[in-house]
Each structure stands twice: as C-alpha cells, then as structure tokens.
Design a protein around this ligand. Structure first.
Ligand code: FAD
Length: 472
C-alpha cells in the first residue's frame, strides 16, 4: 500500500502535519505530488516572482524529500478541476490507499478538495486533512455564543487562550540512509517566472528556518520599536516563506517561545507574535466566510461607492510616479523587489483608495501581480481593512496623510532616496513634499508634480463616502 502526500501551500518537510502523518506507519511506502495550475494562478493574478519562488522551493523540497525516501512527482494542469481529475487518476495508478494534505481555505480550493474526496471515497481511498498553515484549527476559535469572530481583539484573546494549552510537541521525521547521487530538478512551469533577489529571499526550508532563528535571536525584542521604519531591516522578511508554506506559523511560535518563554502572559507583550496572529485572523476569516473568496466587500453599502477608477492615476500609482515621494518609493520597492514594507503597503493602499478614489480591488490585484509573498487571505483582509470595506476595518474617516507618514517614519528621507535617487539634490527638510521647493527654486527635476491635491481629494472623497453611507 501507498500513502500519498499532496503538497500545495506547505512546501516543507519539517513541522508539516500531513508529512508526519503519512510517515507514521513504516509498512506503507510514501510518495508525494505537487500539481501546478497555471491558468488558475493567472486568474488569481499570481506574481511571476512568486511563481519563480515556488519553483525553486519545490526543487529544494524534492531534494530534501530524497532523505526520507519520498519521491516527489510534479505535474501541471491548467485549472483546479483538471488538477482534481489528474489527481484521482494518479491515486488509482499508484495504488494509493491514503492521502495526506494540509487544508487550503479559499472557496475554489475547498471545492477542488471536496470533489477529490468524494471520488476517492468511492474507491476506498481516504483523505486526511490537517491545519498545517495555521496556528489553530479555525473551527476551535469561537466566541461564548459559539459564533465566529469578526473583530481582531477578542479573536486574539481567544487564540492566546488556546495557544497556552496547545501541545507543541511534534513527531520527528527520521532521515533514512539514502545514497544521494545528483541534484534533482523539475520542468519549469508554463507560467511567466521572474527571477527574484536570492540574497534577500534565499531558497529552501533550511535557510528559512535559519532566518527565523536569527530574527528571533537578534531582532524580535526591538521589533515593536523599529518595525515601522522602512529604511531599517527590522522586520523578519519571512512573509514569502509563510505564504507558500516553506515555514509554518507554529515554527514561528516555537522560536518566539525560546526567546520570550512567558509570551502568553499579557504583561510580556510580543509585538511580533501579534503580527503572526493578524495573519491567523485573515486566514480564519477566509476559512469562516466563503463570501470573502468572491472578492466582494464585506460592508455591503460600500459596494455602492461611485469609484472614479481614473486609469491615468492608476498607472501613475503602479509605476511610482504620483509625485508623492513616500508613495512612489513604496511602489518602486514593490516593483523592484516584489516585496513592500508593511507601513508602505498601508500608506500606498490608503492613497489609492481614499485619495485617488480607485476601487480597492484594482490595487489588490496589482499587489498580487507583484508580491513574492502574495496570499489571498492577507492581501484581501488588509485591503478591506484599509478601504474600510471589511470586518474590523478602520473607521471610514481614517485616511493616511502621505506627508505626515513620511516625516514620521522616514524623517531623513533615507528610504525615499533609495528608490527615488532623482531627489538627491533636494534639501532633506523638503524631501517629503518636494514640489513647492522645486517651483520656488526654478530647478528642473526629473520627478513628477503631485497628480492630485491631497487636501482637496481628502475632502471630496470623504463627502462621497459619507453620502453613500447615509443613503444606503
Ligand atoms: P513581519 O513584520 O516580520 O511579520 C511577521 C509575519 O506576520 C509576516 O511575515 C506575515 O506573515 C505576518 N503579518 C505581518 N503583518 C501582517 C498583516 N498586517 N496582515 C497579515 N499578516 C501579517 N502579507 C502577506 O503575507 N501577503 C500579502 O499578500 C499581503 N498583502 C498586504 C496588503 C496590504 C494592503 C497590507 C497593508 C498588508 C499586506 N500584508 C500581506 C501584510 C504585511 O504587510 C506583510 O505580511 C509584511 O509586510 C511582511 O513582511 P515581514 O515578513 O518582514 O513581516
């Protein structure tokens, strides 16, 4: 008999409940499969950098699995439906008895899994699912009325309560004495793949774990103080690994506990754990509310907002040519690295929606098309939070002022200059709003004038928000 591991967004061998469960019984042969779905990726706007990141990590996984005597098969099907049909055939061909996998929570993914499960069940092949991409099963986190949370703070409290009681011991996988001949590889995906900076995002779970360890040893304590300043590398840069499952949040928790053993007592606050729980919250919402997978706004009245969707503004925002340095530097970071600092994601997203008055979904899709760490749950959750259209969102009147944010979090313009070197000759005090200085000094700079008047856009768009709210 054969046990099959179905890898999807969990490209790791360690702390992977599906892998551990598949390997528990020594009498079973264990094999694994990964099915790429390029058309499905296209419809979800997956970034070519992320496709390349998956590809390289998959090769690394394939080679790591050799040590456990597990052969990884790979295949490409255009859509989830085709992948499901191929998967069923594969199980029959390879005499599979049990399938082990970690859940994915979006609607299309759940439908795919249900289809496969139903068919395999008829053939007496059984599927075992695990919550390997979350800290907890979303089904256990319920309020006193046994209802799902919609607001972050009580959710977090409940998660912490469960985490305190969690048994964090996990079965060790034993490496076998396999003679390792040559580096195995995989056929490239039929999807555009764009190389990424491997010095910033090194490949493979060993390197990801090493980054986690170094971050928790050196940076976690001061994370709360430093995390909002984009010119410092004070955040973990682990999001790409968490998004495709090269790392799991449980691994993060274990390292946090090594550094801050009493992290669960409220007095010992750990800001980084808070961020891991934000991630959990957005996965939890996706798992609990299928409507979120349809890209609809949660607050129904906000669907009536008459967005302007001006294409010239949208293109200027995408390219980092709005004339607002902090916005442009953020967007250029995204376009270059495939990653953007969290503070800048908030400022640029707020600017698109609240000042350019462009539908949040256009920004959401653009982020997905560029992010190496793109994941639907976090991207959708954060965009809806910023746009005031989702659960637990900011009040509708909160609009980030780019100049104030810039002065506060990039006071010396260090980050701005990294991405907009054309502003180097401007006095630092003027860098957050250089246009007035440029006009006054009659100099010719290769940097655009602001595409909108911030104050006016704020006033006008706010009144449209209020009007839409009042008539809904
Ligand atoms: P750290 O600060 O080191 O945080 C550790 C981990 O916690 C991150 O790797 C991430 O997994 C999680 N995390 C941190 N902040 C958040 C948050 N606000 N929401 C959810 N999880 C969080 N994150 C993604 O992983 N994928 C996305 O597609 C994504 N889209 C976003 C879109 C917008 C508009 C905004 C405002 C935020 C988005 N984020 C997204 C969240 C956040 O910006 C990134 O997770 C973070 O910048 C990644 O850098 P890091 O790994 O150094 O984070």
């Amino acid at each position: 008999y054969v046990n099959l591991i179905w890898f999807r967004n969990d490209l790791r061998t360690l702390e992977n409940p599906a892998v551990s469960a598949a390997c528990q019984n020594n009498t079973f042969k264990v094999i694994a499969i990964y099915i790429a779905t390029p058309n499905q990726w296209r419809s979800h706007h997956m970034a070519p950098k992320q496709a390349a990141f998956i590809y390289h990590n998959l090769i690394s996984l394939k080679n790591e699995l050799v040590h456990f005597d597990i052969k990884l098969y790979t295949h490409q099907s255009s859509t989830f439906l085709n992948a499901a049909l191929y998967f069923i055939k594969f199980c029959l061909k390879h005499d599979v008895k049990n399938v082990f996998y970690n859940y994915e929570y979006m609607l299309n993914e759940c439908e795919r899994d249900n289809l496969v499960k139903k068919h395999l069940h008829r053939k007496k092949i059984f599927m075992y699912g695990f919550h390997g991409s979350m800290l907890l099963s979303p089904h256990v986190v319920k309020n006193k009325k046994n209802k799902t949370y919609q607001v972050y703070s009580p959710f977090k409290k409940c998660v912490l309560k469960h985490l305190k009681q969690l048994n964090l011991a996990s079965p060790m996988l034993l490496k076998k004495n396999i003679k390792y001949k040559k580096m195995l590889t995989i056929r490239p995906f039929c999807y555009p793949m764009e190389e990424f900076d491997q010095t910033i995002f090194p490949i493979g779970e060993k390197r990801a774990l090493y980054r986690l360890k170094i971050f928790c040893t050196n940076k976690i304590i001061r994370y709360g103080l430093h995390r909002n300043f984009p010119y410092l590398t004070s955040t973990s840069l682990l999001s790409p690994y968490l998004s495709i499952g090269v790392l799991s949040p449980i691994q993060c928790l274990k390292y946090i506990l090594k550094k801050v053993p009493n992290v669960f007592s409220l007095s010992k606050k750990c800001t980084w754990l808070n961020e891991i729980i934000w991630r959990e919250f957005y996965y939890y919402l996706i798992a609990s509310y299928p409507i979120l997978s349809k890209n609809q706004s949660i607050k129904k009245w906000t669907e009536k907002i008459p967005w302007k969707n001006n294409n010239i503004y949208l293109e200027a925002w995408k390219k980092g040519n709005t004339g607002f340095p902090i916005i442009d530097a953020g967007m250029r970071q995204l376009n270059t690295l495939g990653w953007m600092h969290n503070r800048l994601r908030m400022i640029t997203a707020s600017f698109l929606v609240k000042n350019l008055f462009i539908d949040w979904r256009l920004g959401h899709n653009y982020f997905m098309s560029k992010l190496i760490d793109g994941n639907f749950a976090s991207n959708n959750g954060n965009w809806q939070w910023i746009s005031s259209t989702g659960y637990n969102s900011t009040p509708y009147f909160r609009i980030f002022n780019p100049e104030i944010q810039s002065k506060k979090f990039d006071c010396l313009g260090k980050f701005i200059l990294q991405y907009i070197p054309e502003l180097k000759k401007i006095p630092i005090s003027e860098i957050h709003n250089p246009h007035a200085w440029i006009i006054k000094n009659k100099v010719n700079f290769n940097y655009p004038a602001p595409i909108i008047n911030y104050k006016l856009s704020r006033k006008n768009n706010l009144s449209v928000f209020i009007k839409t709210y009042n008539i809904h």
